[in-house]
Design a protein around this ligand. Structure first.
Ligand code: UTP
Length: 301
């Protein structure tokens, strides 16, 4: 299908949804008391990086889905007059800027998921928060860092041109597909955009329909809420977002995927998290030289 210029405000999202009510079991024992979204990538909690990405993509507000166990995630976006006053009195301007950054980024709303009944269930909680005119939402899984920022803008453009919902994929080595949700796709006239025919969760390498794995970014048409009401619990007894998207595909709703040409880190497990920290630290002049030297020595020994 040729790209047509059908862009309208309907195709853009205003609310970016960040489901953060999961238990984070892959990161225990740290996540017994510390929400994984607050674990720092160098010095900045992952959730702040996600808020920054959503803001850059044009979102007007962030709807963070939390549970009672994870109220600290919201606290990161609140002003802290005592701390700020102390830093101000001491002339610690750089630190003051860092502390004030998250509360100043974007309007944040707390949406409660009383029980962790699945990602689909978490997203469904946001419907009542949306304005009647909001025809699309973005969903950003906070475990996933998709770098450099900008993929959501590309995904919105694809929705504007082709309608429906738009997901994000990255290429993985065929022998590693079994760790991911994998897309079954058909080519379009744009090599970076594929039409999604279906999704297979964690297929064996020989059964995988492609080497395009799902990344945690979605631009979803509002009809997703209708599908979420109609699905039944799937894998792990949870209401799966993927099942709702599959239902929409079966019903003829256009779903495309943008193939991300960049880096991605999975902050949801210690191995991926460590790589993200090293990656960010190597780009940070405050730590890069020392870290590189230490790593070289460590790897050499
Ligand atoms: P994950 O399954 O990757 O995260 O869910 P988790 O459940 O927190 O982590 P593990 O698997 O136990 O280590 C993907 C995203 O969906 C959110 C999670 O917080 C995560 O950001 N989620 C998941 C919810 O908000 N609610 C749920 O019921 C389930």
């Amino acid at each position: 299908m040729p790209m047509t210029s059908t862009a309208s405000s309907d195709s853009q999202f205003r609310t970016a949804v960040v489901p953060a009510a999961g238990l984070g079991t892959r990161f225990l024992p740290a996540t017994k008391t510390v929400p994984k979204e607050l674990l720092p990538v160098v010095d900045t909690p992952g959730i702040e990086l996600i808020a920054e990405e959503a803001t850059e993509a044009g979102a007007g507000r962030l709807a963070i889905v939390t549970s009672e166990r994870k109220v600290g995630v919201m606290a990161h976006f609140a002003d802290d007059p005592v701390l700020e006053g102390t830093l101000e009195d001491r002339g610690k301007d750089v630190l003051l800027h860092k502390v004030r950054r998250a509360p100043g980024l974007i309007e944040v709303v707390d949406v409660r998921q009383e029980e962790p009944l699945g990602l689909g269930h978490a997203v469904a909680q946001v419907e009542s928060e949306l304005g009647a005119d909001e025809q699309a939402i973005a969903v950003l899984l906070p475990d996933d860092l998709v770098l450099p920022f900008g993929i959501l803008g590309q995904m919105s453009d694809v929705r504007a041109a082709r309608g429906g919902s738009v997901l994000c994929a990255f290429e993985v080595d065929p022998e590693n597909v079994s760790s991911y949700g994998v897309f079954e796709v058909e080519d379009t006239d744009d090599p970076a955009v594929k039409k999604v025919l279906g999704m297979v969760e964690k297929p064996a390498a020989e059964d995988a329909p492609s080497n395009l794995a799902a990344a945690g970014r979605y631009v979803l048409d509002r009809v997703i809420f209708d599908a979420l009401r109609r699905i039944t619990p799937g894998a792990g007894g949870e209401l799966q977002l993927t099942d709702a998207i599959d239902m929409l595909i079966d019903e003829g709703h256009p779903v495309h995927v943008v193939v991300h040409d960049g880096a991605r880190h999975d902050l949801g497990n210690p191995g991926g998290y460590i790589k993200a920290c090293v990656d960010f630290a190597l780009d940070n002049p405050a730590y890069a030289d020392d870290l590189r030297e230490w790593l070289a020595g460590r790897l050499g020994s």
